[in-house]
Design a binder for this molecule. Structure first.
Ligand code: PMP
Length: 349
């Protein structure tokens, strides 16, 4: 007899496989990565760790958690670290969902929320964005029902870059039932220029049902090493730690976290983020002057309105790989090096 798969797995297998790739345009602005290789001090720390990979990493991820907690001004008991924030957002769905329960997620937004809810067996309601390409918090609240266990907020939102303020998030948390886990995915938080980067961290003292999710893949420029972290109430962080796959954070990644969250690592990241933020302002100003329609962004990418296929081919003609969102009515392009951004502007103006 053939192996029986859960029906949710059958649905996953029926979806188109997007893994096949042809030759790619050389300027890669499709995945919201940083354009620079890691700083030497981070490479050295990882190299040193490579010399010891005959040993298992720290099962409890203690030093890595302490480094992250120290940088956020939090107790390490509030931190869980795993191999990518993508893993954590799936783990959170598994913590609170079972077949028959319900989750709320934004759209267009990061696709993994739908997958996480579906694989955890939950039904989900997709809620559109507000006019600024940010979370429509009133509509999301209205979608919460008696069976809702989890709400994902993406702030700033991927792929639009729109953001709701810390006051708006507080207001949402005050209105949502305390039994609902609210996951605020802050993958792009370090690129925010309208309020302090850590403004939302204080909310953790007020709301036990809040989880902040962040990553080393974006501002820290370490997408390939696969590290993300959650900051939450100690009970939730501990549940994440206890249910994580043992040793999933490998020792090279662990060394990268410790280096990235030391004073020198943080200074490099901050310097690089400020280059991206000022490039974002330059590109936005040029698009505005050229009457190109885009969504003002608080992240390291811009969403361009228009026919996705047409925009993509104009960008590709300049060697730029962007990410199409045909349903969302446009393409998303990452802010890269100044010359890469010039290629984008050349294609659009
Ligand atoms: N959240 C958002 C909003 C993202 O855009 C991404 C990556 N594109 C992730 C989470 C996952 O990041 P990672 O797994 O690399 O930490």
């Amino acid at each position: 007899m053939l192996l029986e798969l859960r029906s949710v797995v059958d649905r996953v297998l029926a979806a188109p496989d997007r893994s096949a790739r042809g030759a790619l345009p050389p300027i890669r602005l499709s995945q919201n990565e940083m354009p620079w290789a890691p700083a030497d001090m981070i490479v050295s720390a990882m190299t040193e760790a490579v010399r010891n990979v005959h040993r298992y990493p720290d099962y409890h991820r203690s030093a890595a958690r302490a480094a992250v907690a120290g940088a956020m001004g939090l107790d390490p008991g509030r931190i869980a670290i795993d191999n990518g924030s993508g893993s954590l957002l799936h783990a959170l769905a598994r913590l609170v969902c079972e077949p028959g329960v319900h989750g709320v997620r934004p759209a267009p937004s990061f696709e993994a929320y739908a997958a996480a809810l579906s694989l955890a067996g939950a039904e989900s309601t997709e809620v559109g964005l507000d006019e600024n390409g940010a979370m429509d918090l009133d509509a999301m609240l209205a979608a919460v029902g008696p069976d809702t266990r989890i709400v994902y907020l993406c702030n700033p939102n991927n792929p639009t870059g729109g953001m709701r303020s810390v006051e708006d998030i507080r207001n949402f948390l005050q209105r949502v039932p305390a039994s609902v886990l609210v996951v605020v995915d802050e993958a792009y938080r370090e690129f925010v220029s309208v309020e302090p980067v850590d403004a939302t961290v204080g909310l953790l003292d007020e709301f036990e049902n809040l989880v902040l999710l962040r990553t080393l893949s974006k501002a820290h420029g370490l997408a390939g090493i696969r590290v993300g972290y959650a900051a939450a109430a100690p009970r939730i962080a501990e549940a994440l730690r206890r249910t994580s796959v043992g040793f999933a954070l490998n020792s090279v990644a662990e060394a990268a976290v410790i280096a990235a969250f030391g004073p020198a690592g943080l200074a490099v990241a901050q310097e690089r983020v400020s280059v991206i933020v000022s490039e974002r302002a330059r590109v936005e100003a040029a698009l505005k002057a050229g009457n190109v329609s885009y969504v003002p962004s608080q992240a390291n990418f811009l969403f361009l309105h228009g026919d996705a296929a047409d925009l993509l081919s104009r960008l590709e003609a300049r060697g730029v790989l962007a990410r199409p969102f045909p349903r969302g009515g446009g393409v998303r392009v990452t802010i890269g090096l100044p010359e890469e951004n010039d290629a984008v502007l050349g294609a659009l103006l």
